[in-house]
Design a binder for this molecule. Sequence first.
Ligand code: XIL
Length: 356
Amino acid sequence: MKRFLVALILAILVSSCGVSEATTRQITPKELGLSSLRTLAQNRGISIGTAVDVKPFRKEPLYTSVLAHEFNLLVPENQMKFALLHPERDTYDFKDADAMVAFAKANDMQVRGHTLLWHLSVPRWLSEGNFTRDELMDILRDHIYTVVGHYRGSIVTWDVLNEAIDANGYIKDSIWQRVIGPEYIDLAFRWAHEADPQARLFYNDYGAERRGQKADALYNFVKGMLERGVPINGVGLQMHVGLTASPDPQEFADNLKRLAALGLDVDITEMDVLIQNSKIKGSLDKKFAEQGRLYGENFKVCVSAPNCKAFVIWGFTDKYNWAVSFTGRPDKPLILDESYRPKPAYNALLKLLSEK
Ligand code: XIL
């Protein structure tokens, strides 16, 4: 009893001193040293975006306050992929994706839809369904009409198709390719265009930023689509790079230019710079400095190209990054540290945006 009374008195004292309030008050982006990339980007007509991880989005107020403070473009990291959005044949689950779209609206941000079709996001009902070609075409049309229609007017750009070709330009194996054949690609773009004629429609892929086989394959792939009259507006270059694996800026700029000559926009869609496994030796500070230089170098190529209108980072705080699911090893590939404080990479973007 005595112990209980002492505890009670202490609790009353602590709360009346305002200690508990002080410890729970949330730190603001400004106090973290953040200036707002989006404000500067907006003045220059650039979209600066990030992928959004649903877990902290749902639970961590600091995550969402930094998100809205720094970015004017939001990309659901996983929540619009086929398997999550369409878990059963007759069931669509829009809950999480809708919450992100509502958040974007409330905070005056645009949304990039990622992605209608990806061979790595196929629900079991689909892969094990033994569907005929006609059935699968109906399913694909229904999916695209339903999803793009649901978000009509709310999504500026759709990654209609993700990572569908290999470095030789062959269309990768997928249920769509196997059962429908390569026409699935043109059909998907046509159906997406019918469902939302205002949305910009993109093909998104990795490893095609530098000059080389993959870049040529991608160029020929989208050129073929244009020649067939397929409604495609642009290409997403993912830009998952590393300290010793970032494209030569001139090659990257040349790629943007030749895609522009086709009339296509290019968005940088998933940039991060992995620091593990690199030959760069030395302290973490040294690696962060080099990482910042690479963010700046690639960002500069994008902002200098008239057809590069959006620059999206695959997350923003090292606290939540996809490295483990990608490489099996933890990393620090993003622009803010685990406490949401700016790294050299953040300052590099800020500096470029501040230049006249
Ligand atoms: C990744 C997500 O970041 C992970 O959380 C998920 O487990 C797998 O997918 N290229 C893409 C993205 O186009 O959709 C991928 O996102 C990363 C690689």
